[in-house]
Design a protein around this ligand. Structure first.
Ligand SMILES: C[S@@+](CC[C@H](N)C(=O)[O-])C[C@H]1O[C@@H](n2cnc3c(N)ncnc32)[C@H](O)[C@@H]1O
Length: 241
């Protein structure tokens, strides 16, 4: 196709409108069609071009399987109409954002696209905790983990390797599977005293923070029963002086 259509796959950051990048803000102001995830908040959508067609295509993580094929179909259809299309995803589009499927659909349809990065939930959670994800001589790696997979439960990560690696684990979609994840890590040799934290609704008005250890975080979160998205961080870098 050659009608000038282009799709922008952009990250909206973790929710707070002030964590949008300037580039994504400018696209929001211009786009004629905005296909957005459910996690994109009203404050962010309020910045969109008032004449834009805003379409919620999202599903909460860990909920029903997202109709990814339908999202890809809508994306291609919107671009083929000649509209300036913004596909707005929570956090960074390249981290647990199903960006690959959407880029493949656009490539297959011959539609040019550009990816615009966003602040991922792990970075925002680290900022909220005032805890660096890395720490000189203590934590030399960061592992981004999905704690909920297409199988419907905790994916089969290499727990022994993660426990031995000594980096910080940034765990997405982990509230429901945290008890199993903590058990797997401790069985693989990680100390139950390992510092851990959880941040719900990071950067949003309902932000809540829990600091604990790998052994105590599951019970703490079960009692708190967070209803919003939660990012978990586990590792020595979380230790407070
Ligand atoms: C499908 S993943 C999308 C991740 C996103 N692409 C990113 O880079 O942050 C959704 C998960 O991200 C985390 N998440 C997203 N927004 C969050 C927020 N505002 N506060 C805490 N965790 C968040 C949660 O673990 C949630 O279950």
């Amino acid at each position: 196709m050659d009608n000038g259509a282009k799709v922008f796959l952009a990250g909206a950051g973790p929710g707070g409108a002030d964590l949008l990048t300037v580039k994504t803000l400018r696209l929001l102001e211009r786009a004629e069609v905005v296909l957005h995830d459910s996690l994109i908040g009203a404050d962010v959508l309020a910045l969109a071009n008032p004449n834009a067609n805003l379409i919620d295509v999202g599903k909460r993580c860990g909920g029903k399987a997202s109709p990814q094929a339908e999202i890809c179909r809508l994306l291609v259809e919107a671009a083929q109409s000649g509209a300036l299309v913004l596909r707005l995803k929570g956090g960074d589009p390249m981290i647990f954002g199903r960006a690959t499927e959407e880029m493949e659909a656009l490539r297959a349809a011959g539609i040019p696209f550009e990816v615009v990065p966003g602040v991922t939930a792990a970075s925002a959670a680290a900022a909220a905790l005032a805890a660096s994800l890395t720490r000189r001589d203590i934590s030399r790696a960061v592992h981004f983990l999905a704690a909920h997979g297409s199988e419907g439960g905790l994916p089969p990560h290499d727990w022994a390797a993660l426990a031995a690696a000594g980096g910080t684990l940034a765990v997405y979609m982990g509230v429901r599977t945290l008890p199993v994840l903590a058990a797997k890590l401790t069985a693989a040799g990680m100390s139950p005293d390992m510092p851990a934290a959880a941040v719900e609704n990071v950067s949003l008005p309902g932000q809540r923070i829990w600091r604990a250890s790998l052994g105590t975080l599951p019970g703490l979160l079960a009692r708190a029963a967070p209803g919003g998205p939660v990012l978990l961080l586990i590792g020595q870098a979380l230790a407070q002086e």
